[in-house]
Design a protein around this ligand. Structure first.
Ligand code: NAD
Length: 278
């Protein structure tokens, strides 16, 4: 069982780096003032982790928001991802420099392979390993890698990914994959933890929310952490950014964690890592 303390708490990655287990997602937050504000509000609230990607086209705003927050760069855990058409060895090295330049930063805390592009991800990983060894990134990982992708990758890799960022919510738990990652010290991380907003309509979770005197979002996000899963809910609205992080004054019982686990329908709202065409 991992210990959960407060918004600045971390889970230790297998290389010893502490990854804040609660962060801000910025997919679909507009470049410019919208994302700048979201990042600033989040940091003011106490968030210390921001998750972007080159394909979100808002890295400049993320960097600017962090700069304007008044909190030191070293105190924020910054994550970006290499996009599919940049995969390959040299192209990934170039893409990384592009992300750093847009963010206005000297290093990243975590860099992820965004999707397991067939025939490409092993070369991409070699580039990440090089950047990691050079100290340009504090941790490297993957996203949307199923068990067979991970097994294939580690066959030739020198470094086991530190993180796997996956779609994860009450309708897509993938407990076997989570257990596999845990066994291999790969930190599991949830994307779309709120089912892109669709989680709010689930009656059984509304009932749980009433029981704990919390919101549906808070119950679901707390469930992520109690399962040892890093979570990065997205919002660009101040009240929601603040409210989503207000999950450190209660704990779900083991039975209620199990109840949420049992809602699994193996239902994706995002693309299937075994069948995507972008
Ligand atoms: P999410 O599950 O975080 O849901 C976001 C939606 O819920 C938004 O529409 C938001 O306005 C709404 N919302 C948030 N808080 C709310 C609240 N308290 N009350 C009511 N509505 C609320 O979805 P997401 O953005 O898809 O996922 C989170 C983050 O994960 C992304 O921003 C991105 O950083 C990352 N992500 C990664 C991948 C990947 O392939 N690696 C894919 C998708 C998302």
């Amino acid at each position: 069982m991992k210990t959960i303390t407060d918004l600045r708490g971390t889970f230790a990655l297998h290389n010893g780096v502490g990854m804040p287990y609660f962060g801000l997602g910025v997919y679909l937050s507009k470049e410019g003032q919208e994302v700048i504000n979201a990042v600033k509000w989040a940091i003011k609230t106490g968030y210390r982790h921001v998750d972007t990607a080159s394909v979100y086209k808002n890295e400049e705003g993320v960097g600017e928001g962090i700069k304007q927050s008044g909190i030191a760069r070293e105190d924020i855990f910054v994550v970006s991802k290499v996009w599919n058409n940049d995969q390959g060895y040299e192209t990934t090295l170039r893409a990384f420099e592009g992300s750093l330049k847009r963010l206005g930063m000297e290093y990243l805390d975590l860099y992820l392979i965004h999707w397991p592009v067939a025939g490409k991800y092993k070369e991409t990983w070699k580039a990440l390993e090089k950047l990691y060894r050079e100290g340009r990134i504090r941790a490297i990982g993957v996203s949307n890698f199923l068990k067979h992708h991970l097994e294939d990758l580690v066959e030739t890799s020198e470094i086991v990914p530190m993180v796997n960022q996956m779609e994860f919510h009450p309708y897509l738990v993938q407990q076997e994959l989570l257990a596999y990652c845990t066994a291999h010290k790969i930190q599991y991380e949830a994307w779309s933890p709120l089912m892109q907003g669709k989680v709010f309509g689930i009656e059984a979770i509304q009932t749980l929310a009433r029981k704990y005197g919390k919101s549906v979002a808070q119950v679901v996000l707390r469930w992520n952490l109690q399962k040892g899963v890093v979570t990065i809910p997205k919002s660009s609205k101040k009240e929601r950014i603040v409210a989503n992080a207000n999950i450190f004054d209660f704990a779900l019982s083991e039975e209620d964690v199990a109840l949420l686990d049992a809602m699994d329908r193996r239902q994706r709202f995002g693309p299937d890592p075994d069948n995507f065409d972008f």
